[in-house]
Design a protein around this ligand. Structure first.
Ligand code: FAD
Ligand code: SAM
Length: 641
């Protein structure tokens, strides 16, 4: 369902008002007072987060972000605060950043925090958006969509619940028995709740869902409010991540391509110490060594899992690159825009239909005619297609370098070290070289060795396939056309440091490491099909290029999470009931989209290891769970891009 943003409006007394719901966003007596009295004090905050590593707040409606800002500010000013604050909230009709700016101006006490929130405010696209704030000590996870879907799909343990919809009469969907049961399912055993509503059906609904509730004095001294606590008989979350959460924050990561360096960076940002091991002498020497690759989503009419995952991966991936740059570790990358051209009129019609159906913000995806496409590419084109204005190209080795640099001293590098075997002794994994000497050991091991994952005995159940790819490098003046990425069957980058990257071939189980001129010819054919006449005069026998071996998976989705024991399981076994190898995790299967997956998949795996709220809906986490292959018959057909 497309996201329909709301517009800022006010009542005559200046209280923010929703035209959609016909109600005010907060009490006319003051939003900040309500946030402190009802939601913070009602949940025993700040006292309850003291002495804890992490505290998780779950809210039903994000609105203006006032409760969030008040919580963040209270947390900041508390010297005894927990180390990490997670705030998770749903919003069906989010505000634009411009509207937020107008309303946030009313609360100067939140000035810099509100500014930071808006600077990170995501595109208004459906699904989960994860924002890292306050030097990564505060994580905001926003679900844009209906809370009835979001709460069913989020994976977290909430310590405090903020029930903040419009009034039950105007907004019954946020106060239904279903919502209360979903909240109970996400509540930690000692979770508390608070709300300003004392409506009889709210109290009764919460009781039935497994909360004990009591009335308390309301914040304006006149009204009442509700406080509650989860009871022992409350529902439990069936997918309790307890078994995979690490107790000691140390890991060894095998492979320093974009998969390995990304998880090393995400773990180090959480205070982990990481041994990063690679057989090569530096990062990005395997499949992640190309001059440039494309970071963009893959939309579809039914917004299928691939579409939702690539959208989330693209948005998070560009935010990750921006964050690395802001922390002094710039990545050679540019959101130059990506033009995906139709191959014929029929496909162009389908592409137009996808854009109309998804109704995504035009800054993310829009349809362009042949004339517009010609102007964007700077080259005469017969057809239009998709324009991803916020997408572009990335140089993978520079992303690897920036990830490792951001990890700083927490990431200990072991380069030029090939791991011959991974052995579990007691509570630790030991990475052993060919002589049986330990390169490093840690309680947690992460396999990020690309196609070489297949060499590890523990990963035999993971169907990683090697897909050889060759790119061609074309000499080009910087600033020459096209200045955007153009795709259609293949892709061509803008000129980057005097070279344009055109690709790519895709051949499964083809181990030839040297360049082939027939592959260059194939790349030139793709280039000429995209940009008619562009390849004229280019000789495939004289071109430079690069060969890499993509770690592909049969369903083109990555493999991220705890490695399963390669044992047969019943078809309907829920993922959390599948036996896993203790302390062993994988981040691989990136196939032709490593740039799209790396940052978000690393954030997912780090969240799983740390027991944080997950940055994706449950269905998408399951779509990338490495155990999924045990639940279905192997895919025997052709594996493609
Ligand atoms: C030609 C081509 C074009 C591509 N274009 C794009 C694109 O446009 N957009 C996009 O998103 N993606 C693209 N990709 C895909 C992307 O590059 C890959 O998905 C990604 O690089 C895979 O990263 P990785 O870290 O899993 O593997 P790798 O980069 O291969 O890293 C694995 C690392 O493990 C190390 N290793 C292996 N075995 C051991 C061992 N036993 N001990 C220690 N270290 C070991 C290797 O030395 C290597 O450094 C392309 C890939 C190719 C080949
Ligand atoms: C009272 S306002 C929340 C105010 C907010 N907590 C704040 O601090 O600014 C209620 C919010 O719930 C949102 N909402 C209403 N129904 C929803 C639903 N079904 N799913 C998600 N959000 C919903 C509204 O759009 C609105 O932003």
């Amino acid at each position: 369902m497309p996201i329909v943003p709301t517009r800022l409006d006010f009542t005559d007394d200046g209280t923010p008002w929703s035209d959609i719901f016909g109600d005010v966003y907060h009490s006319a007596r003051g939003g900040v007072g309500q946030a402190h009295h009802v939601f913070l004090a009602g949940n025993g905050l700040p006292a309850r987060w003291r002495g804890r590593h992490r505290f998780v707040v779950l809210e039903t409606g994000f609105g203006l972000g006032l409760n969030f800002l008040a919580t963040w500010a209270a947390w900041r000013s508390d010297p005894q605060r927990c180390a990490r604050l997670h705030f998770v909230s749903c919003e069906l009709h989010p505000f634009s950043s411009a509207d937020l700016e107008r309303v946030h101006g009313r609360w100067p006490e939140f000035g810099s925090l509100a500014h930071e929130l808006r600077a990170n405010w995501p595109e208004l696209t459906p699904g989960v958006h994860r924002l890292h704030l306050d030097d990564e000590r505060v994580t905001l996870t926003l679900y844009f969509g209906d809370a009835r879907d979001g709460l069913a799909q989020l994976d977290l343990r909430a310590d405090a619940l903020f029930l903040d919809g419009f009034s039950p009469a105007r907004n019954p969907d946020l106060w239904s028995p279903r919502i209360f049961h979903l909240l109970a399912r996400l509540a930690a055993p000692d979770a508390t709740l608070a709300t300003w509503s004392v409506a009889g059906e709210v109290r009764e609904g919460l009781r039935r869902a497994g909360f004990e509730v009591e009335k308390a004095p309301g914040f304006d001294g006149k009204r009442q409010m509700l406080r509650g606590r989860r009871t022992a008989t409350g529902m439990t979350n069936p997918a309790d991540p307890g078994s995979t959460i690490a107790t000691e924050r140390r890991a060894l990561v095998i492979g320093a391509g974009i998969a390995g360096t990304s998880i090393a960076e995400r773990l180090s940002a959480r205070g982990w110490r990481v041994h990063l091991i690679d057989a090569a002498d530096s990062v990005g020497e395997g499949a992640s060594g190309n001059h440039a690759g494309v970071l963009r989503p893959l939309p579809s009419l039914d917004d299928n899992r691939m579409s939702r995952l690539t959208r989330a991966g693209t948005l998070y991936g560009w935010r990750h690159i921006a964050r690395l740059a802001a922390s002094g570790h710039p990545v050679r990358a540019d959101a130059s825009g990506v033009l995906h051209l139709a191959r014929d009129e029929a496909q162009m019609d389908k592409m137009r239909a996808v854009v109309e159906r998804l109704a995504l913000p035009p800054t993310h995806l829009r349809f362009v005619t042949a004339t517009e496409a010609t102007a964007l590419a700077g080259w005469p084109l017969p057809l239009g297609g998709w324009w991803f204005a916020g997408s572009g190209w990335v140089q993978p080795p520079s992303l690897c370098r920036a990830n490792v640099a951001a990890g700083g001293k927490a990431v200990q590098r072991h380069f030029g070290c090939r791991v011959a075997e991974l052995e579990r002794r007691g509570d630790h994994w030991h990475a052993l070289d060919a002589d049986g000497n330990a390169i490093a050991s840690a309680p947690v091991a992460v396999l990020a060795a690309g196609t070489a994952i297949r060499d590890f005995a523990q990963a035999q159940g993971l169907p990683v396939v090697s897909a050889r790819g060759q790119v061609s490098l074309l000499a080009a003046d910087d600033g020459s056309a096209p200045r955007v990425v153009v795709c259609r069957g293949g892709y061509v980058s803008p000129a980057i440091d005097g070279l344009r990257c055109a690709g790519a071939t895709f051949s499964v189980d083809d181990d030839e490491p040297s360049l082939r001129s027939e592959d260059h010819a194939e790349n030139l054919d793709k280039l000429d099909a995209m940009l008619p006449g562009y390849a004229a005069g280019l000789d495939p026998t004289t071109l430079g290029g690069r060969v890499g071996f993509r770690p592909a998976s049969p369903d083109r989705l990555p493999m991220v999470g705890a490695v399963p024991l390669a044992l047969p399981v019943e078809r309907n076994t829920p993922p959390h009931a599948i036996a896993r190898i203790p302390g062993l995790h994988v981040i691989s299967g990136f196939g032709a989209r490593g740039l799209v997956w790396s940052a978000l998949m690393a954030e997912l795996l780090a969240s799983q290891l740390e027991g944080d709220p997950l940055p994706l809906t449950r269905d998408l986490c399951e779509a990338v769970d490495p155990a999924r292959f045990l639940l279905r018959p192997p895919i025997t057909g052709r594996i493609d891009e």
